[in-house]
Design a protein around this ligand. Structure first.
Ligand SMILES: Nc1ncnc2c1ncn2[C@@H]1O[C@H](COP(=O)(O)OP(=O)(O)OP(=O)(O)O)[C@@H](O)[C@H]1O
Ligand SMILES: O=C(O)C[C@@H](O)[C@H](O)C(=O)CO
Length: 331
């Protein structure tokens, strides 16, 4: 299977469900956050970044999520509108919840970390009744970001969204997106990740994220091939394992495997690689491209974003990616 088929005749290409947050990236880079004084504010949250990436690539995009009833929440919704993303599926919390903050520390291009403030965040208060079935039914793809499964009621909202997607022939992409601080114990993580992965057509994660998902499944040698085979036993058509600057590998249900290499990058911060890679990869598949060509496009998106200070703002257009690719050959 070299190509994935998507439903036709649906008004949306892509809808994501999960967190909408704020990134505060240190302006004084190449030093610890104890020594930084100023930050630049960007919209963040892995699923938000991917949705912004898809919209930047001219995909008709929507979002299902919840924002805080404050200036940050309004900033996020305005940014979605300004970037052509349908925010009709975004509700506003009225319980006093806040916006998740991700402070990005850039000690060096290869040594970055994120300090996350996630207590009482609005995104995890998304209710099942706030999940727009019509929006999911109207989209070719639903992206589920794993962290949205970390707490109720967002957990139940996501499980309901998965049921809607299966009911309406909407392809499900599960981006594992493991963020340790949001979970209470490994068993809980594996149980809810399994619940999503078993219903997904395309699963994307790092080796470490698959290890978290499969921690009780006996894949002790942490084999990418064993991982892929496990998920083809459920709904998966494609399984992608990301390996940072070593590139990526994708497996097709037909037994094919595809090694993805990387493009050179003038790395400012490594964060954003996964989200931009996912946007570029999914864009390629939705153009009817082969898995390999889609991986190449995703890798180019990743190199562009990690060479930038932001994640969301830096998500490239099709022309920017094509111009970049024409300059560099994959290494
Ligand atoms: N240093 C790098 N140089 C070039 N490309 C890179 C680099 N790091 C990552 N990439 C590209 O981005 C893809 C995804 O990166 P990675 O495996 O780090 O995912 P991730 O951990 O989800 O990313 P993030 O840091 O955004 O969470 C890789 O498969 C590779 O194609
Ligand atoms: O996903 C998060 O909550 C953090 C993101 O906002 C941030 O842009 C990042 O780390 C992307 O990989």
């Amino acid at each position: 299977m070299e190509r994935v088929s998507f439903a036709t005749g649906k008004p949306f290409d892509f809808v994501a469900i999960g967190r909408l947050c704020i990134d505060l990236n240190a302006n004084e880079i190449n030093r610890p956050m104890e020594e930084t004084m100023t930050f630049t504010k960007y919209v963040g949250g892995s699923p938000a970044n991917i949705a912004i990436g898809m919209s930047r690539l001219d995909m008709k995009t929507g979002f299902i999520g919840k924002v805080a009833d404050d200036q940050m929440g309004r900033f996020i919704v305005r940014y979605l509108h300004d970037n052509g993303i349908d925010a009709s599926g975004v509700t506003t919390d009225r319980t006093g919840a806040v916006t998740g903050l991700a402070f990005t520390e850039i000690k060096s291009p290869e040594d970055c970390s994120i300090l996350m403030y996630r207590d009482n965040v609005a995104d995890l208060k998304l209710e099942p009744g706030e999940v727009d079935e019509k929006l999911i039914a109207s989209s070719k793809v639903l992206l589920v970001s794993g962290t949205a499964l970390a707490k109720s009621p967002s957990r139940e909202a996501v499980l309901l969204a998965l049921r809607y997607a299966r009911k309406h022939g909407t392809k499900v992409v599960f981006d594992i997106d493991y963020r340790p601080y949001t979970w209470t114990n490994p068993q809980e993580t594996a149980i809810y990740y399994h619940a999503a992965a078993e219903k997904s057509d395309i699963i994307i994660g790092t080796r470490e994220e698959f290890d978290m998902l499969e921690q009780f499944d006996g894949n002790t040698e942490r084999s990418d091939e064993v991982t892929a085979a496990q998920w083809f036993g459920h709904h998966a058509e494609i399984v992608v394992i990301k390996h940072g600057k070593e590139g990526s590998i994708a497996y097709g249900k037909d037994g094919s495997s595809h090694k993805g290499s990387i493009f050179p990058a003038k790395v400012i911060k490594t964060f954003g690689a996964g989200d931009s890679y996912a946007a570029g990869f999914l864009y390629g598949l939705m153009q009817g491209w082969s898995i390999s060509r889609s991986m190449e496009f995703g890798s180019a998106c990743a190199s562009i974003v990690i060479s930038s200070h932001s994640c969301s703002d830096a998500m490239p257009t099709v022309k920017q990616v094509e111009d970049f690719m024409s300059e560099f050959k994959q290494v």
